[in-house]
Design a protein around this ligand. Structure first.
Ligand SMILES: Nc1nc2c(ncn2[C@@H]2O[C@H](COP(=O)(O)OP(=O)(O)OP(=O)(O)O)[C@@H](O)[C@H]2O)c(=O)[nH]1
Ligand SMILES: [Mg+2]
Length: 454
């Protein structure tokens, strides 16, 4: 375990006034700093009530000091926690003294980065810390905790163990060319490979749920002016987030709201109504609206049922519908059923759904919410899920792709060498998830998302 020469300090509690505020110090100068500020190094893991002193021995504050001796600490280094009174001024003075004693201010996520570099936690666990802190629902918090406990990593490691076994088997076959064909034809390799593919698919399903809770999805609402887009936004958020008026062209800017549907995190985007005749500002709004759709996971096209029976996106928006990426889900929201005297309904079409509701009265809204969850594959049962991110899903998808390619090489060409290479690549992809093999760039990106003091 490496004690970092460079000793870091940061406030671990949020800034502002509170009963207590915690300053955290980590690195090899920690004991020296403890002696400077407390006059002693506290017994490891024993809370001591001590005065906090400045350089001239004057009292700054007094509170609880906790010392964790390396390697038995969060970062794996010596850690000192000073729990003082939580006022911004006192906290700043305390941090200043720690800096004078030889520490420097920590970068965002630096404590967690050190924990990772010292093998205290792996990458999925480091990310789960952020997800737990940011969790906005019970389901998300539970899933983040499962990842933090290492359940996600354990799933990945189990797959890796089997992958290593299979690689050894295949490499052995290559080393004995006269027996290679037998080796590869005896069904064992195929069986092991298939089982690996099934396991990766299983983890992908659970990770997908998890990523819906941490990264969430982006849902963009578009349609003609006055169709009821802003009314829908308000109905889903439950408050008057957007101005609603019967004047076409009311919304000109892009409006964003975050909602959670039973743990599914959604960024909802309301946009300017699409029409040809628009003034300059509205034209800019329309341009922005269309730009939003290119990054959407799901698009809701709101149609005013009192003006048309048309629900086919291609006929509604011939100039634009073709540009929607194929993988983006589309729901046509047939709005204002209250004026049509028909009940709400859901109908599945070839590559989109039609959902009829009234954004004004709320009729059909419950079914629409359910439909939204279903259409992105979100299940309410979060048991066994772990929080995961898009980057994990991408790595898992890559691993699966290599395994499938390996299967192809095996079945069609009995190509042992190519199979071995695909297996090796699959392993590299999985290594990226836990951080065994991760570029510095990626590490920098991951830890910079943390806030200071974590
Ligand atoms: N009867 C009825 N009226 C609705 C419904 N939804 C919206 N409206 C009305 O339709 C008008 C336009 O609603 P908005 O939500 O502002 O429409 P919009 O699509 O955001 O319009 P722009 O921002 O101009 O593009 C308002 O007068 C709403 O009260 C509905 O389900 N039933
Ligand atoms: Mg609007």
């Amino acid at each position: 375990m490496q004690q970092n020469e460079d000793t870091i300090v940061a406030q671990a509690t949020p800034r502002g006034r509170g009963g207590i505020g915690v300053v955290r110090v980590s690195g090899s100068h920690t004991t020296f700093i403890a002696k400077q500020i407390l006059g002693k190094v506290p017994q490891p893991r024993q809370a001591e009530y001590l005065p906090f002193l400045d350089k001239n021995g004057e009292l700054l504050d007094q509170g609880i000091a906790l010392f964790f001796k390396a390697p038995n600490s969060f970062t794996g280094e010596d850690i000192l926690e000073l729990q003082g009174h939580g006022g911004p001024f006192i906290m700043d003075c305390l941090i200043e003294e720690v800096v004078k004693a030889g520490a420097r201010l920590a970068e965002p996520g630096e404590f967690s980065l050190r924990a990772f570099l010292n093998n205290k936690i792996d990458l999925t666990q480091a990310e789960a810390i952020v997800d737990l802190i940011n969790a906005s629902s019970k389901e998300a918090a539970k899933s983040a905790l499962r990842t933090l406990q290492g359940i996600f990593s354990k799933n990945i490691e189990e797959i890796q163990q089997e992958l290593i076994k299979l690689r050894m088997y295949v490499e052995a076959a290559i080393d004995f060319p006269e027996e290679e064909i037998d080796f590869l034809s005896d069904g064992i390799v195929k069986g092991m490979l298939q089982s690996l593919i099934d396991q990766v698919e299983g983890v992908i399903a659970k990770a997908h749920q998890g990523s819906l809770m941490s990264d969430g999805i982006k849902v963009v609402i578009i349609g003609r002016p006055n169709a009821g887009k802003s009314s829908l936004l308000n109905a889903l958020t439950g408050y008057e987030a957007a101005i609603v008026a019967d004047i076409p062209g009311t919304t000109r800017d892009v409006l964003r709201e975050h909602i959670s549907l039973d743990g599914l995190l959604i960024q909802l985007v309301d946009t300017a109504g699409l029409r040809i005749k628009a003034d300059l500002i509205e034209q800019e709004g329309i341009k922005r609206a269309l730009k939003e759709t290119t990054f959407a996971d799901h698009i809701i096209i709101v149609v005013d049922g009192t003006t048309t029976h048309e629900t086919d996106p291609k006929r509604l928006f011939p100039e634009w519908a073709d540009k929607i990426p194929k993988e983006t889900g589309i729901t046509v929201l047939y709005n204002k059923v209250d004026c049509l005297n028909i009940p709400p309904f859901i109908e599945q079409k070839e590559n989109y759904h039609v959902v009829a509701i009234s954004a004004k009265t709320g009729a059909g809204l419950l079914e629409f919410r359910k439909h939204l969850k279903n259409s992105v594959g979100f299940s309410e049962n979060s048991e066994g899920n772990f929080i995961a991110r898009r980057r994990h899903l991408e790595a898992l998808a890559q691993a699966k792709q290599h395994l499938l390619e390996g299967m192809f090489q095996l079945q069609h060409f009995k190509a042992g060498e190519l199979l071995a290479e695909e297996l090796r690549q699959a392993q590299l992809s999985l290594d990226q998830i836990t951080g065994k093999f991760t570029s510095d760039d990626l590490l920098g990106k991951i830890f910079s998302e943390f806030c200071i003091g974590k």
